[in-house]
Write a protein that binds this ligand. Structure first.
Ligand SMILES: Cc1cc2nc3c(=O)[nH]c(=O)nc-3n(C[C@H](O)[C@H](O)[C@H](O)COP(=O)(O)OP(=O)(O)OC[C@H]3O[C@@H](n4cnc5c(N)ncnc54)[C@H](O)[C@@H]3O)c2cc1C
Length: 443
């Protein structure tokens, strides 16, 4: 497994002002605590550790800039709950309820931080609308209703006309609106979270950890320096195997998104719908996530790839952009492909059974990995908080929930895993692929 090397095409990141210079690690640093990975999970873990141990120094290290990696390049849904149609809640109700409580806890933690630190990330508590295309019929919506009812989640059914009034699109035959979820610019959220960390956290960006040498004092080796730490917390998600953990546990899947330029006032008037922004999640595994931002941009998410390499492959990015353009025009025929300004891919870590690697792995070594693609922003945040609580010996109902989430089940090693991923007719491939909430392209 390689180190993070994302293409510099993340729209959410690129529409923000350029960040100040990165603080990179040079020389040797001795700290009690090091957190590897400054996505939402690592940011939350470092913050919570700093709160539990206010007199101790915590180093938070990332290979790239804050907001540049997956946590800053997603669709921007901070979810209160989610389930996949392939994993309906009734199949394992207790786990589904735990996941829902964990997502809700992470969402509330982020909400508090955004308000407390005045983080400018377009936080918008719009909720989410699960949508089905006219061509899909109602079967998917009915399955979704069953799941929401099983979890006691209030929802409102909307017919095609009501969905069109929100979206300005005739493409959808119906939808289910739920409250709770917030929509954001995720890169701005990550930057704001990093900027507001307690003083005893030092963030080192563009500092990839090449090697983790374990011992009573662990050594984390980067290009221009090294960190010696008593306790190591790995929040590197799909890159965890590079550091020797979560081998045969995580499928490194790539998910792609595009962002348009801001539509002009007349373009927005032409498509109609809610100009303040909205968020649509597809009922179909092959569907597209859509976010319309308060600034009149439209995000489209569909298309998948495999392994870190596909995140920055120009061929894959071009194919994804063309799929996104087709999806955009299907929904809003007055828009066109030329309006797409940014296309990017991001690596997610998917466990075959939707499991989560969480907890103490060895003396002085802790981890939280396998975001499973669909509840990473809120679920990852909660897991980061809880890993710090676990380390500090704190107990809570949410920590009990997290500890009861199953561990990732075994996956075959490379090259079998990537071959299976691309195979459409095996049970493992189906499980893995559905976990990434995707498959193919055109919808
Ligand atoms: C296109 C797309 C759309 C998505 N949409 C949503 C959505 O709407 N809502 C949602 O909740 N989730 C969504 N996700 C998933 C979500 O982004 C992830 O679940 C979440 O970011 C996981 O957070 P994390 O902190 O655990 O991992 P990551 O964000 O992957 O963070 C891990 C960090 O570790 C760093 N790292 C890794 N290895 C090393 C190393 N050796 N040395 C130093 N640093 C290292 C990486 O640079 C990275 O910053 C989406 C993902 C994609 C790609």
């Amino acid at each position: 497994m390689e180190l993070p090397s994302n293409a510099p095409t993340n729209g959410w990141y690129n529409i923000l002002p350029a960040p100040g210079p990165a603080v990179r690690l040079t020389g040797r640093l001795r700290v009690p605590w090091v957190v590897v990975g400054a996505g939402v999970t690592g940011l939350a873990a470092a913050r919570q550790l700093a709160t539990h141990f206010p007199q101790q120094q915590i180093a938070l290290v990332d290979a790239e800039r804050i907001g540049f990696g997956t946590s800053g390049r997603n669709s921007g849904f901070v979810l209160d709950q989610i389930f996949l149609s392939t994993h309906p809640p009734a199949r394992n109700l207790a786990v589904a309820q735990r996941r829902m409580r964990l997502c809700d806890g992470g969402l509330n933690a982020l909400k508090r931080l955004v308000s407390q630190h005045d983080i400018d990330c377009d936080w918008h508590e719009w909720g989410k609308l699960h949508v089905a295309a006219v061509a899909e019929g109602n079967a998917g919506l009915e399955r979704q209703i069953q799941g929401l009812q099983t979890l006691n989640v209030p929802y409102r059914f909307m017919d095609g006309d009501e969905v069109a009034a929100i979206t300005g699109s005739q493409y959808y035959g119906g939808g289910l609106k739920t409250q709770g979820t917030a929509l954001v610019n995720p890169a701005a959220l990550c930057r704001g979270l990093a900027r507001s960390l307690p003083e005893n956290v030092t963030v080192f960006e563009q500092t990839p950890v090449h090697d983790l040498v374990r011992g009573q004092i662990s050594r984390l080796v980067s290009k221009n320096g090294e960190i010696l730490a008593d306790q190591v917390i790995i929040c590197a998600n799909a890159f965890s195997p590079t550091l020797g953990i979560a081998r045969n546990a995580i499928v490194p899947a790539v998910v792609y998104a595009s962002l348009t330029r801001p539509l002009t006032t007349s373009e927005q008037a032409k498509i109609g719908g809610e100009a303040g922004g909205f968020g649509l999640l597809p009922i179909s595994m092959n569907g597209s996530t859509i976010q319309r931002t308060p600034h009149g941009r439209i995000l489209v998410r569909n298309t998948v790839g495999y392994g870190p390499a596909d995140t920055s492959s120009t061929v894959r990015l071009a194919a994804a952009r063309s799929n996104h353009a087709a999806s955009l025009v299907k929904r809003w025929p007055s828009l066109n492909a030329g309006m797409i300004e940014h296309t990017w891919g991001g690596l997610i870590g998917v466990a075959r059974n939707q499991g989560h690697l969480f907890g103490r792995l060895d003396r002085g070594l802790w981890a939280s990995a396998a975001c499973n693609g669909v509840y990473g922003m809120s679920g990852g945040t909660m897991a980061g908080i809880l890993i710090a609580d676990l380390i500090a010996g704190k107990s809570s109902d949410l920590l009990s929930d997290q500890l009861e989430i199953p561990k990732p089940s075994w996956l075959p090693p490379e090259p079998f895993l990537s071959a299976l991923f691309r195979l459409k007719n095996s049970a493992l491939a189906a499980a893995v692929q559905s976990g990434a909430r995707k498959l193919a392209v055109s919808h």
